[in-house]
Design a protein around this ligand. Structure first.
Ligand SMILES: [Zn+2]
Length: 287
C-alpha cells in the first residue's frame, strides 16, 4: 500500500533524522530502492519526475508497477509515491493516477501565481489524504538548463506558502541539482535558520542531495530538514557498475549478455548507495 508522506516526515522532524527521496527510472531502480528500504526497516519516498513518468509509459504504469512490487516483495515499510517537481497539470494527472504524494513546483512562477496554484492543490490533497510539497526559491542546476549557484529562498515567502497548510516545504538554500561546481560555497545555513524560524514545525526538504558533504547534510537535518532528495548519485552508481561489467568483458562471457545479468551490478550498486544514504540520514529502523 502507498501512504502519504505526512506521518513519516513529522516523525522524522521530531526524531531529528531525514527520510530519503530516491528517484526511480525503471523496474530495476524501483525494486532496488524498495528492497533496500525493507532491509533497512526505513520509510522511503519514491520520486518520479514528469520526464521519468513519461519514460515509464505514464503515471498509471508507475502506480501499477509500484503497487505490484510492494505486494509481491512483501514490502511493509511506509512507501510514498511522490511526483517530483510537478507542474500544475502533472500534479492533477498524478492525483488521478493514484500517487500518494505530490510536489507542485511553482518556484519559477510569479509568487502570487505559485501561491494561488499551491492553494488549490492544498485543498485537493487534503480531501484525498495525500501529502503535498511546495517550493520557494528555485533550486539551481540542470533543472533550469543552466548550472546556477542555487538561489536562496525569501523566508517571508516561505511562511506564506507554509501557512497554506502544505505538508513539506522545499526552500532553496544554495543547493543545486546534479553535480556541484568546484567553487560551490556550500549550503546557506543562515537562510535555513531564517526559514525555519518563520515556518515553525513545517518539515523542510533538501533537494540536490548529490555531492553535499556529509557534515553539511547532518547540520541541515539538525536545523529542520526532514526529507532529502537523492537522484544523480544513484545514476552515477548504476553507471559505474555497468561500465565496469562491460569493460571487464563480462557481457561476452557465457550468458553475460542476458539483461538480467547485465543490469545486476548496477542494481546492486543502487542498493548499496541507498543503504549508505539511509544510514547517513538516520532513517534506518525508523519504519
Ligand atoms: Zn529537486
Amino acid at each position: 500500500m502507498l501512504v502519504s508522506a505526512k506521518d513519516m516526515l513529522n516523525k522524522a522532524r521530531d526524531g531529528k533524522y531525514a527520510v530519503g527521496q530516491f528517484n526511480i527510472n525503471n523496474l530495476e531502480w524501483t525494486k532496488a530502492i524498495l528492497l533496500t528500504a525493507q532491509e533497512c526497516n526505513s520509510p522511503v519516498i519514491l520520486g518520479v519526475s514528469e520526464g521519468a513518468g513519461k519514460y515509464m509509459c505514464g503515471y498509471n504504469t508507475v502506480v501499477g508497477m509500484t503497487k505490484g512490487m510492494i505486494e509481491t516483495l512483501k514490502i511493509t515499510v511506509p512507501v510514498a509515491l511522490h511526483l517530483d517537481h510537478g507542474t500544475f497539470e502533472g500534479a492533477k494527472a498524478c492525483i488521478n493516477a493514484g500517487f500518494s504524494s505530490i510536489m507542485f513546483d511553482g518556484s519559477h512562477l510569479p509568487f502570487e501565481e505559485n501561491l494561488a496554484k499551491t492553494t488549490a492543490l492544498v485543498n485537493t490533497c487534503d480531501v484525498l489524504g495525500l501529502s503535498l510539497e511546495a517550493e520557494v526559491g528555485a533550486i539551481g542546476g540542470e533543472e533550469d538548463g543552466v548550472i546556477g549557484q542555487g538561489e536562496c529562498a525569501d523566508p517571508d515567502e516561505c511562511k506564506k506558502i507554509a501557512d497554506l497548510g502544505v505538508t513539506m516545504l522545499a526552500a532553496g538554500i544554495g543547493n543545486i541539482h546534479g553535480k556541484y561546481p568546484a567553487n560551490w560555497p556550500g549550503l546557506s545555513f543562515e537562510t535555513l535558520e531564517k526559514v525555519k524560524a518563520k515556518v515553525g514545525d513545517m518539515p523542510l526538504v533538501l533537494h540536490g542531495g548529490t555531492g553535499i558533504p556529509d557534515d553539511q547534510i547532518k547540520k541541515a537535518i539538525s536545523l529542520g530538514v526532514a526529507k532529502i532528495n537523492v537522484n544523480t548519485e544513484c545514476q552515477f552508481s548504476f553507471q559505474e557498475a555497468t561500465r565496469k561489467y562491460i569493460e571487464e568483458g563480462k557481457d561476452l562471457q557465457g550468458k553475460g549478455f542476458d539483461p538480467r545479468k547485465l543490469l545486476a551490478p548496477g542494481f546492486e550498486a543502487i542498493k548499496a548507495k541507498v543503504k549508505e544514504k539511509m544510514e547517513l540520514f538516520g532513517s534506518v529502523n525508523k519504519a
